[in-house]
Design a protein around this ligand. Structure first.
Ligand SMILES: [Zn+2]
Length: 418
């Protein structure tokens, strides 16, 4: 198997949004056909999403004999879940099943209604559905972690953070719009491998973005491509749509974990000096960046049952990369060796070095709020659970799969926030 074949097989990065103007004029017939097929597929998907959303609003009567994957029971349950979308124990996996894999589109449509964004920005509802359908479709459902359910989960967390009393009153409709859009699209078209992997395999995106924030730049430029293709913002003045695109970039690029310390120290400095002024658009933008970063890594802040599922998924994605590296004689990346890096060890490191330091500062920022108290409680409980599982793995008398008991009892943290 040649390098070229291997790359073709391994990276199904659909870069048509970013590279449309480059690839199309010289494209071979096959590529053109594939682009057309994708557009047709999108149209079909679009119809499916429209149909589903109409069903959710109860506008389409059930046709006897037809196959409805979303039957009334499921829709009723999904609608009921949406009425509690601001609670921290929202089960996005269940919501995704109830909506037949349309969690991201459904959630975004609901939140746009909650904030009356369609009216405020005079959005065309058909273009909005088309844009959201394209975003959801361009997540890779075969990725164990970086898929549309992760995007929906981050969006739901972002909504909870936008509702924080410290923030909610200060946010403009544009802030809310940007926060939700960035959350929904922040990992779009993620290939399921990380930046070092793209660099060492000389992927074209790595050279396009000069080995810096390669994935995040791609998520952003793909989003801009879809915004333009859907025409969602085409009715706005050019300077306004340009500003929205740029701000989305700044938000999405903030999720690059290699810039964690840069953001964390600026945040800490602001809190120490107590100089955050949320009347200033630039300060609100900074807090939106922090909120998106928090939402992106908030898995360990969720209740154990949800948190554990995310942990297993992200490790599965790491291990798949490690397996590819092993197969092709590449050096196995840190955390990607299934034999050496166990889920509990990876999670304890992730919580200690990434999640806890960030949420300690978010906790300070919120004064602290009931939600951030809940989240801190879950972080400590979940870390204790992973510690117990790590120890159990070394003790033959315990099964590593059995439910761990966190230290400090099993008192329930109140999840009904707000
Ligand atoms: Zn993410």
């Amino acid at each position: 198997c040649t390098w070229h074949e291997m790359k073709t097989m391994m990276f199904i990065i659909r870069s048509d949004h970013t590279l449309n103007t480059i690839c199309l004029p010289s494209a071979q017939q096959g590529e053109v056909e594939s682009c057309t097929r994708r557009k047709v597929k999108r149209l079909l998907s679009f119809q499916r999403y429209c149909h589903a959303s109409r069903l959710l609003r109860g506008l389409v009567p059930h046709t006897p004999g037809s196959l409805h994957l979303l039957d009334d029971d499921y829709l009723g349950q999904a609608a009921h879940m949406l009425s509690k979308v601001g609670t921290w124990n929202f089960d996005i996996f269940l919501f995704d099943r109830l909506t037949n894999g349309n969690s991201l589109v459904m959630l975004m449509c609901h939140l746009f209604n909650v904030y009356d964004l369609v009216h405020h920005f005079q959005l065309d509802i058909v273009k909005l559905h088309r844009f959201l359908g394209m975003v959801q479709e361009d997540y890779h459902s075969q990725n164990p972690y970086h898929n549309a359910v992760h995007a929906a989960d981050v969006t739901q967390a972002m909504y909870c953070y936008l509702q924080e009393p410290k923030l909610a009153e200060q946010l403009s409709p544009l802030d809310v719009f940007l926060g939700l859009m960035a959350a929904a699209a922040h990992d779009v078209d993620h290939p399921g491998v990380n930046q070092p992997f793209l660099i060492k395999t000389q992927h074209h995106l790595a050279s396009l973005y000069q080995n810096t924030s390669v994935l995040e730049s791609h998520h952003w430029r793909s989003t801009v491509g879809m915004l333009r293709e859907s025409g969602l913002l085409s009715h706005l003045p050019a300077d306004m749509s340009g500003d929205i695109e740029a701000q989305l970039g700044s938000l999405i690029l903030a999720t690059d974990i290699s810039r964690q310390n840069e953001f964390l120290s600026t945040f800490r400095e602001h809190l120490d000096n107590q100089d955050l002024d949320l009347q200033l658009a630039s300060h609100r933008h900074f807090i939106l960046q922090i909120a998106l970063k928090c939402a992106d890594v908030c898995n360990p802040c969720r209740v154990w049952e949800l948190s554990r599922q995310w942990s297993e998924r992200v490790c599965e994605e790491f291990y798949r990369q490690g397996d590819l590296e092993r197969e092709y004689d590449l050096e196995i990346s840190p955390l990607c060796n299934q034999q050496a890096d166990t889920v509990p060890v990876i999670q304890i490191g992730f919580i200690s070095y990434i999640v806890e330091p960030l949420f300690v500062e978010w906790h300070r920022f919120t004064d602290p709020s009931p939600l951030s108290l809940t989240m801190m409680g879950h972080i400590h409980k979940n870390k204790a659970c992973w510690n117990n599982l790590r120890c159990a793995a070394h003790t033959p008398t315990h099964s590593p799969t059995e439910e761990p008991e966190p230290e400090g009892g099993d008192e329930e943290v109140d999840d009904e926030i707000p």
